[in-house]
Write a protein that binds this ligand. Structure first.
Ligand SMILES: [Zn+2]
Length: 299
């Protein structure tokens, strides 16, 4: 009987579950369902277990991996805190292993994505993955090792303050990177200054059509993010910087970020960072966590 590997990406809005035949990187089946974190952890895990068990059918689960936004401690098997989900101190590993078995891993979603992107490239020293969608996050892999930080909170670049007295962030502070350059930040600012409900996609579309107010917002957002990424490149000197997320992969937005980086980063002889769009479709989180589970639990 063939066995199956399961990869799970728990997002604030949706959860994606993919099932893979052993050694394959194309899932034979994927399903998405609303996370609805406010309904509670028990309800979420009950729905997740039903879907996983249906997807595996009569096969055995060989390995599994689960990633999510927030501070995750793979060592303790816990989600320490996730403001996106509103969950704190959750025994993630224990809960998932009760129906998936013990050959599993848990990880922060950006760390998993960084690992996935690193695995897909050959012979590089280090890689930074930055996701830009509703919020902004980062993961870094150096020589195959994920940098998690002393408190499993490395990479929270969305909440680094880049502008004194800048716009209010969802974290309660002012001038955070994601309040200026992230999707939700842009939507909030459009609402506050124009009194309209407008999505991130429409904001970038209307900027591209040269509507001054939106163009100005996108210029400020992309230049702020571009300068921040220059600082990241100059501080950490990665081989590759990968940009993902729905807003980061928007060509109009990405081109502006790239221009700011190329005009501003500190040139040291021999330094040549590659800046690339995420190449893993549809989701580097899923392939990254799959890869991590296979690395951790070898046959
Ligand atoms: Zn913040």
């Amino acid at each position: 009987m063939p066995a199956v590997d399961i990869a799970i990406d728990v997002g604030g809005t949706k959860t994606l579950v993919s099932a893979f035949d052993e050694k394959e990187v194309e899932p034979y089946s994927s399903e998405e369902f609303p996370t609805r974190p406010a309904e509670g952890i028990d309800s979420f895990f009950e729905r997740l277990s039903n879907i996983c068990l249906r997807m595996k059918g009569s096969r055995n689960i060989n390995r599994w991996g689960l990633c999510t936004a927030g501070a995750v401690s793979p060592e303790k098997g816990k989600l320490i805190w996730s403001p996106n989900l509103g969950w704190k101190d959750v025994e993630l590993f224990k809960r998932a292993s009760s129906f998936l078995g013990t050959e599993g891993v848990i990880e922060n979603d950006c760390n998993a994505a960084a690992f996935g992107e690193w695995e897909f490239r050959k012979d590089i020293e280090s890689l930074i993955y930055v996701t830009v969608s509703t919020g902004i996050g980062m993961g870094m892999v150096v020589r195959g090792k994920i940098l998690r930080g002393a408190s499993n909170a490395a990479g929270e670049i969305g909440h680094t303050i880049v502008k004194a007295d800048g716009p209010l962030c969802t974290c309660g502070r002012r001038g955070c990177l994601q309040a200026i350059s992230g999707g939700r930040g842009l939507e909030i600012r459009a609402h506050d200054s124009l009194g309209i409900e407008i999505g991130t996609k429409e904001i970038t579309d209307r900027a591209e059509l040269n509507e001054p107010v939106f163009k100005e917002m996108i210029t400020e957002a992309s230049e702020t993010l571009g300068r921040f990424l220059c600082n990241l490149i100059d501080s950490l000197d990665p081989s590759v910087l990968v940009i993902g997320g729905s807003l980061g992969k928007n060509r109009y937005y990405f081109d502006r970020i790239l221009k700011t980086i190329e005009e501003n980063y500190y040139r040291v002889p021999g330094k040549k960072v590659k800046i690339e769009l995420s190449s893993i479709e549809p989701n580097p989180n899923i392939l990254g966590i799959l890869s991590l589970s296979r690395k951790t639990h070898k046959d």
